[in-house]
Design a protein around this ligand. Structure first.
Ligand code: AMP
Ligand code: ZN
Ligand code: FE
Ligand code: FE
Length: 288
């Protein structure tokens, strides 16, 4: 049976694998299709395309946006994006600069707490346009200022801890629209982690295409719950490991094996949206 992992990160955001390393792991595990979903970035997609081709793996260009709805944070996955879309690229650049400013602010707060971390150390370690809290955490560990990543988040970086800085986010409705105008499908990421089910109907009204039912941190009960929600709202079903490489123990790739039939359904929807595609409704008889 063919299967896919549609939620993966590389070192173009806060993952540790290169696109080539990630593809190598996926090939060993027998994946037929992969999507790259780096935070606020599509930069790794070109190298993923180049690596997946010879490995016989189908590649779907994507990203993971941080958004909010009624002050609730949620992550939105975009799939089948046109990675040259000018508006998408401009918005991603804007959010990358928000991320860089946030790193500066978090390091300033750490310094005010007498934690002697230099911002350049974090940027050098991150070595990407889209840095995040995991890079600050890794820099703290590397400098011997905390024992491990968990301590970095628990003591300093988790929401409402002393070095946490809120992140400016786009609205969820803007996120869905941004993905659509770049030719993509918009999918709600790991709903079981955010516990934000009450906002799903509004996102569906805004054109949400799918929901990530399968995720490393979803229990079987959560997956069942979101499969039911997908069926109720006629949403496509996705799933992925959310692998960040070797950031904490064993890489997560392989934890989620999404049956390939879901990829077929995603492709059918994206094709039906393309200009010139036949509107399936036009085949219906005209109502009296
Ligand atoms: P950011 O986008 O900068 O707010 O960072 C969010 C990322 O930090 C998530 O995608 C996770 O990969 C990671 N993260 C969040 N909480 C923790 C935690 N407690 N321990 C390790 N990583 C975490
Ligand atoms: Zn991440
Ligand atoms: Fe996420
Ligand atoms: Fe993710």
């Amino acid at each position: 049976m063919k299967f896919a992992d549609l939620h993966l990160h590389t070192h173009f955001s806060d993952g540790t694998f290169s696109p080539e390393e990630l593809t190598g792991h996926a090939q060993r595990l027998g994946f037929a299709a992969l999507a790259l979903t780096d935070h606020d970035s599509v930069e790794g997609c070109a190298r993923m395309t180049a690596a997946c081709g010879p490995a016989g793996i189908e590649f779907i260009p994507g990203t993971e946006l941080t958004a909010e709805y009624n002050d609730i944070e949620l992550h939105i996955l975009g799939y089948f994006l046109d990675t040259q879309n000018q508006r998408l690229l401009a918005e991603l650049t804007r959010f990358q600069s928000v991320r860089q400013d946030r790193i500066r602010e978090m390091v300033a707060r750490l310094n005010a707490l007498n934690v002697p971390l230099e911002v350049e150390t974090v940027f050098a370690l991150a070595n990407c346009q889209s840095p995040g809290r995991p890079h600050v955490a890794r820099a703290l560990v590397k400098a011997g200022l905390v024992k491990n990543l968990d301590e970095a988040f628990e003591r300093f970086l988790k929401k409402n801890r002393p070095a946490w800085v809120p992140k400016a986010k786009m609205s969820a409705l803007e996120g869905v629209e941004l993905i659509h105008q770049a030719g993509g499908l918009a999918v709600m990421a790991h709903p079981g982690l955010n516990r934000t089910d009450e906002i799903i109907p509004a996102l569906v009204d805004a054109g949400l295409d799918g929901i990530e039912c399968f995720h490393t941190k979803h229990t079987a009960a959560m997956s069942d719950r979101y499969l039911e929600i997908a069926s109720k709202f006629d949403l496509l079903v996705t799933g992925g490991s959310d692998c960040h490489g070797f950031s904490k123990g064993k890489p997560l790739i392989g934890n989620v094996k999404l049956p390939y039939e879901h990829v077929e359904k995603l492709k059918a929807k994206v094709e039906s949206r393309k200009p010139g595609a036949q509107n399936p409704r036009s085949a219906l008889p005209t109502p009296p």
